[in-house]
Design a protein around this ligand. Structure first.
Ligand SMILES: *Cc1c(COP(=O)(O)O)cnc(C)c1O
Length: 826
């Protein structure tokens, strides 16, 4: 029963004597000595910090031995480069993975504080915007679970994703200074600091043998200091690493200023360097072309590549023959695309390789993941800006482009237009580098993130490249980790599953199919329903606490949480709510079920229409929630500050998952997978991974509506939303309610841009085209909900068939088909 390690259990002959006591003793020790408290107290925040440090101590030995095993194995390693890692909280996850749950609860109990309260003290590590950043975090978890030698590389932003406040219905952004009280998980490694060059100019010179080389001089240098975060595997002794870089000024940088006699200015200049890692750009799925963003991208890439090369040189000297076989860099979107020319630069300028050798190595080890089909999200950097900031890197991009174009010209002589279409540099009076094309040319693998997305890349955006490099573009459907997104966030369901089908699913989600027969077991369905009810009550409390709105637990909990974007069509969801409200007011409640609709998500601060959608949601909510007529039928809330720790309460309590993007626009979606795992039914379009969710769950266990991707393309040819509105009385009334100012408060016309957008024949998102089909599918949802036995059967089958959507499966495919890496460890 006593699982606590004995005091000498962590003694290791070759790393010195490390003594750890029981967790309870360690908590006390850290409160008194590490955190300097006057007495052992039960302040939950100090208890959190003591608990985190105590867990980190227990991680240290395995962390060291994982590093040693990876070094000894000397097999291929992967470096996952991402501008975003949306980790959320770590304590609960670490305790679960390290199997310290019971001990920790008991140790905290002895201090007189509840585990649940302590967990709540941790700030989310919000170093990402949404799906892309959360994917990186799920991938790290799965790599550790599978014991793969994979390290994450990112930026240690001082300020993460902004906090969203709602004031008078409007989004207001507040800074997220998540490091204010320190980060108990990180370990600074100043000895691995790297120097990053910017600005300056290039020179040619001849070496001692008379060979020509280039060098980059007169640069403005910045230091990159690494901070390591442990990524614990699931009860397997593996601890992988996420290395985050912080920017600081170099001493030399200050010295120049000292010599000029301006001490205070030189110290103030430090800020300039530190700006680079100061704040996460809060744009999801849209590029913004700011110089500081390019600095961030290059800073991450250069520091990480130098780190990997330094490690290589330490073990292999200057022999790079095997480098490409022993290393793989996975680029999470084009944000780290500078890795292609930067690896070329380091191999040629710092390690004296010839172009051809360097190019062979680079294209052996770079792999690129595309995350979007939206043209506005494709990164392009102005040649002027790029060339000023990174002159040497620019020369290399130009040469890659020239060599690539000669290759294409030779291979496809009969297609003269092709060269213009695929050029890495888009010509014009202000030429731009197309970062996606640079990534494709420099990589041996290019992958999409759901089958439909990959098919559309091959037939559309990247069709020329699919012809130039047949087989390079491949699919890796996204996934999410069931440890965080089921075990940890839904303990009641975890316990029910463990009792019914055993615990294997925690490490291998395909085991979940053992649930299938239980869908037909009435007794089991009753227990399933009880678990969902408990989770609905927890969510209702959370909603009450953060919005003041009451969610009765016998209503259908209907949820859409994700970044606010036109393509995700939160607006269509609001139109449906207005339609239900209209029915209630008209007394047409036959066939209706009581519903609580929750919408949440952040809008990019500069995205005007998205912010207007937030405002409309709040305005509609205010009208409906105070109307006594609606009381028994309908609630709407905008849930503020949607983030990872909020999703951990929201997804277990959700019954209906809204995945309603315009077909062909959502690359994959991962929120859809978290909901499925937790037994929600999906109402969705044939977009992204929804298609695969429907295939796995069975079409009869999914509420499908709307145009498919091909139909959406065809519909845009002669789209007439006004005719659709005029021909459909229910939709006409919805527009009438909106346009007559029912939800405007006292500000006429505030939502005019939204209504005119809906009526615009150029509306890319085709909201009105899909609305009737959406309303009808929602009627089916209500009919199904009235039959709880049927609903619960469908719910169980969704969870039972969610195995494909584990990021363990995704990562196994990356490992087998792209990385060619094998597990390292016990
Ligand atoms: C999973 C997740 C997302 C991604 O949601 P989508 O519905 O796939 O866009 C975004 N933000 C957070 C906090 C998440 O946990």
């Amino acid at each position: 029963m006593q699982k606590t390690l004995e005091p000498n259990a962590l003694t290791s002959g070759d790393t010195g004597h490390v003594l750890l006591g029981s967790l309870s003793r360690e908590l006390r020790r850290h409160l008194l000595f590490t955190l300097g408290r006057d007495e052992i107290d039960s302040d939950p925040n100090y208890c959190f910090r003591a608990a985190a440090i105590a867990v980190r101590d227990r991680i240290s030995r395995d962390w060291r031995s994982t590093r040693e095993q990876v070094d000894a194995a000397n097999s291929r390693r992967v470096h996952y480069l991402s501008l975003e890692f949306l980790l959320g909280r770590s304590l609960n996850n670490a305790v679960l993975n390290m199997d310290l749950d019971d001990d920790m609860r008991e140790a905290l109990q002895q201090l007189g504080v509840q585990w649940e309260e302590v967990v709540e003290q941790e700030q989310d590590a919000g170093l990402g915007n949404g799906g892309l950043g959360r994917l990186a975090a799920c991938f790290l978890d799965s790599c550790a679970n599978l014991q793969l030698p994979v390290a994450g590389y990112g930026i240690r932003y001082e300020y993460g994703m902004f906090h969203q406040l709602i004031e008078e219905g409007r989004q207001v952004e507040a800074p997220d200074h998540w490091l204010r009280d320190g980060n108990p998980w990180e370990i600074e490694r100043p000895e691995d600091t790297k120097t990053i060059q910017m600005y300056g100019h290039t020179e040619r010179y001849l070496d001692a043998d008379g060979k020509p080389h280039s060098r980059w001089v007169g640069t403005h240098d910045i230091l990159a200091v690494p901070y390591d975060m442990p990524i614990p595997g699931y009860r397997n002794g593996t601890i992988n690493t996420l290395r985050l870089w912080k920017a600081t000024a170099t001493d030399a940088f200050d010295l120049n200023e000292f010599n000029a006699g301006s001490y205070t200015e030189s110290v103030a200049e430090k800020n300039n360097a530190e700006q680079i890692s100061m704040v996460l750009y809060p744009n999801d799925a849209s590029e913004n072309g700011k110089e500081l963003r390019l600095k961030q991208q290059y800073f991450l890439v250069s520091a990480s590549l130098q780190d990997v090369l330094a490690d290589w040189v330490k073990n292999n000297g200057d022999d790079f023959t095997e480098f490409g076989k022993k290393n793989c860099f996975q680029l999470n979107d084009t944000h780290p695309a500078c890795a292609v020319p930067e690896l070329m630069r380091l191999l040629m300028d710092a390690h004296q390789l010839e172009w051809d050798e360097a190019w062979k190595i680079t294209t052996e080890c770079m792999a690129y993941t595309n995350h979007t089909l939206l043209p506005e999200a494709l990164e392009r950097w102005s040649v002027g800006l790029f060339g000023t900031l990174l002159p040497r890197v620019m020369e290399i991009v130009n040469e890659i482009n020239e060599r690539f174009l000669s290759y294409v010209a030779a291979e496809f002589p009969d297609d003269p237009e092709l060269l213009k279409r695929v050029a890495l540099i888009e010509e014009g009076h202000n030429p731009h580098i197309r970062m996606a094309y640079l990534s494709i040319v420099g990589s041996f693998s290019v992958n999409g993130v759901a089958q439909l997305h990959t098919d559309l890349l091959k037939s559309g955006l990247f069709s020329d490249f699919d012809r130039i490099y047949p087989g390079k573009i491949n699919n890796k459907t996204n996934g999410v980790t069931q440890r965080r997104w089921l075990s940890h966030c839904n303990p009641a369901l975890r316990d029910l599953l463990n009792e019914s089908i055993g615990t294997k699913w925690e490490a291998d989600l395909e085991e979940m199919t053992a649930l299938v027969p239980l869908a037909d077991d009435a007794e089991f369905r009753k227990r399933w329903r009880a678990v969902k009810l408990g989770n609905k009550n927890r969510l209702a409390d959370y909603v009450q606490q953060h919005t003041g709105v009451d969610f009765p637990s016998d209503a259908l909990f209907d949820v859409q949480v994700k970044r606010i974007h036109e393509y995700k069509r939160q607006l269509m969801n609001v139109l449906h709510v207005i339609h239900l409200y209209d029915r209630i007011r008209r007394g047409e409640t036959a066939g209706m079920v009581p519903r609580c609709v929750l919408i949440g998500g952040k809008a990019a601060p500069g995205y005007h229409i998205a912010k207007l959608i937030v405002r409309l949601t709040n305005s509609v909510a205010e009208v409906i929630n105070k109307d006594p007529l609606a009381k028994n039928w309908l609630r709407l809330v905008f849930f503020p500050n949607y983030r990872v720790s909020a999703m951990e309460v929201i997804c277990p309590g959700t019954e209906l998952s809204e995945q309603i993007s315009t077909a062909g626009k959502e690359a994959s979606g991962t929120g859809n997978m978290k909901f499925m795992m937790n037994g929600a039914l999906t109402i969705g379009t044939l977009d992204g991974a929804n298609i695969e969710i429907r295939e796995k769950a069975g079409a009869e266990n999914f509420f499908l509506f709307g145009l498919d991707a091909a139909e959406a393309v065809a519909t845009r040819q002669n789209y007439d939303p006004n005719a659709i509105i005029a021909a459909d009385p229910a939709i006409s009334r919805v527009m009438e309610l909106l346009e007559s100012g029912q939800f405007n408060g006292n500000q006429p016309g505030v939502f005019g841009e939204l209504t005119s957008g809906l009526r615009n024949p150029g509306d890319q998102w085709l909201t009105i085209a899909d609305l009737r089909s959406f309303i009808d599918a929602q009627v089916k949802v209500a009919e199904t909900y009235e039959d709880p036995e049927l609903w619960d059967r469908m719910s169980i089958l969704n969870t039972a068939n969610s195995g494909w959507f584990s990021s363990d499966r995704t990562i196994q495919q990356y490992a087998d088909e792209i990385w060619h890496v094998k597990p390292v460890g016990k």
